[in-house]
Design a protein around this ligand. Structure first.
Ligand SMILES: [Zn+2]
Ligand SMILES: [Zn+2]
Length: 152
């Protein structure tokens, strides 16, 4: 992707984020925008601590606690989500477009991928009668290419 396009994409995402905050009656603070920006600007699925490191470059005084709470708020309003299956520390994703995750159980990296059949999964209908499904995802676990090559 070209840098220019990427920049445009980021601005669009931030505008959408601000709209979402307004709809949810949430104040748009520089801290919230900075945390959101850090999260959507990376594909590493960072922990709160990693997001804190990124945000601190812009807002020196921001605490880890604030970043933690902000990430939880983002998840609550649907602007981000916690990556399933990663345990502690929780890892966050700001990529709301349909995608799936592969996690390497050895090095811990989480890779985004798109696989059409997974994206077109049917909802289980009667099995989850009274539930509303907000998000569907497929999560795969195993050894990444690099870790598969490493002799034990
Ligand atoms: Zn690995
Ligand atoms: Zn992801």
């Amino acid at each position: 992707m070209h840098t220019h396009e990427h920049q445009f994409d980021l601005e669009k995402k931030i505008a959408e984020f601000e709209t979402r905050c307004r709809q949810k009656g949430l104040r748009i603070t520089p801290q919230r925008v900075a945390v959101y920006k850090a999260l959507v600007g990376t594909d590493t699925h960072p922990t709160a601590e990693e997001v804190h490191k990124m945000v601190r470059q812009d807002i020196h005084s921001i605490s880890l606690d604030t970043v933690n709470r902000t990430l939880l708020t983002l998840a609550e309003i649907g602007a981000a989500f916690q990556v399933e299956g990663t345990g502690q520390p929780r890892r966050y994703d700001g990529g709301l477009e349909n995608h799936q995750h592969f996690r390497c159980i050895s090095c811990g990296q989480i890779v985004d991928f798109h696989y059409d059949p997974y994206e077109n999964l049917h909802n289980p209908g009667q099995v989850l009668e009274n539930c509303t499904i907000l998000r569907k995802t497929v999560y795969l676990e195993g050894l990444c290419g690099e870790c598969s090559d490493t002799p034990a």
